[in-house]
Design a protein around this ligand. Structure first.
Ligand code: SAM
Length: 290
């Protein structure tokens, strides 16, 4: 009998044959809607010669669709007990490499660097929700020239990531995202399209990395810190947010910095644009603060 990884019965049978149960602690919610799986795979890249990094292949549902469309798939799965399952479900594909490792420990340049000789390298994943932000941060900060990043994440997080900087829905992660690329939401996926069902609606979103950064803060770490501080104190005006977040900054210095931009003291920092955040961190740095 042919196995259908989008059939809930087949997936449960497969797990029980391998004596496995779904691990909540690893965010194991497997997709069981063939149309959605196929739509995600289609979105991954316009180039069939691309290499796809898949994070968390699970039992290989999305992996099979990716392998059928693209030159190569490198699938990284932390759960060692799923490796024999993947060897079985991906048996008919010779263009898939499965790596049994935590993606957070993966050296992206070492694993994927060679692949760039053959075409673009893109990321496609139904991400484990418990670790979405660290994974995206790692991908973006790595400097690896990914073609596109297509990921399914919690809808609420996707809305924040894709919100315009300075809007009500924006957060530190929105500014971080806008610094690295352009983020768009493709479609939402209800909980009943997974086994087991998560408690939340999910969203597929795409990130296209900037070829050239829109701003060039003098000190990148300070830029990120400034953004974080402003959003940690988002209910406070910028003067209070800065003096609370930078203990070495006196009220006089904070007033001078804010005044040099002509901003009103009651301004809330969450309203700042990407360029204003960058200029603000440069100004803070010119006072020798970090
Ligand atoms: N791709 C499959 C699908 O769409 O049905 C499974 C997606 S499931 C939401 C997330 C997968 O990521 C699980 O297989 C889980 O074991 C794996 N995972 C969790 N943490 C990981 C990590 N740090 N590194 C690599 N894989 C991880």
């Amino acid at each position: 009998m042919e196995l259908n990884l989008c059939n809930i019965r087949d997936v449960k049978d497969l797990m029980s044959i391998f004596h496995l149960s779904f691990r909540k602690d690893l965010g194991q919610n497997f997709l069981i809607d063939s149309l959605i799986v196929s739509d995600i795979a289609d979105l991954c890249s316009p180039d069939p010669d691309c290499t796809v990094l898949e994070i968390g292949p699970g039992v290989g549902t999305l992996t099979r669709e990716l392998a059928a469309r693209y030159r190569k798939v490198v699938a990284v799965e932390i759960d060692q007990s799923l490796i024999p399952v993947l060897n079985y479900t991906l048996n008919d594909f010779s263009n898939v490499t499965v790596i049994g490792e935590d993606v957070m420990k993966l050296d992206l340049a070492e694993v994927l660097g060679e692949e760039l000789k053959h075409g673009p390298v893109s990321v496609c994943a139904n991400l484990p929700y418990y670790i979405t932000t660290p994974i995206l941060t790692k991908l973006l900060r790595s400097g690896f020239p990914f073609g596109q990043i297509t990921v399914m994440i919690q809808n609420e997080v996707a809305q924040r990531l894709c919100a315009p900087v300075g809007s009500k829905n924006s957060g530190a992660i929105t500014v971080f995202m806008a610094y690295y690329g352009v983020c768009t939401q493709a479609f939402t996926v209800p909980p009943d399209r997974f086994v087991p069902s998560p408690n939340v609606t999910s969203s597929v979103m795409q990130i296209r990395l900037h070829k050239e950064r829109p701003v060039h803060p003098r000190n990148e770490e300070l830029f990120f810190k400034t953004v974080r501080i402003v959003f940690e104190q988002r209910r406070k005006n910028i003067l209070n947010a800065l003096t609370l977040g930078f203990p070495d900054m006196s009220k006089e210095t904070a007033t001078k910095i804010i005044g040099s931009f002509g901003w009103p003291a009651e301004l809330r920092g969450e309203r700042l644009s990407l360029k204003e955040f960058s200029d603000l961190s440069d100004c803070i740095s010119s006072y020798g603060l970090c």
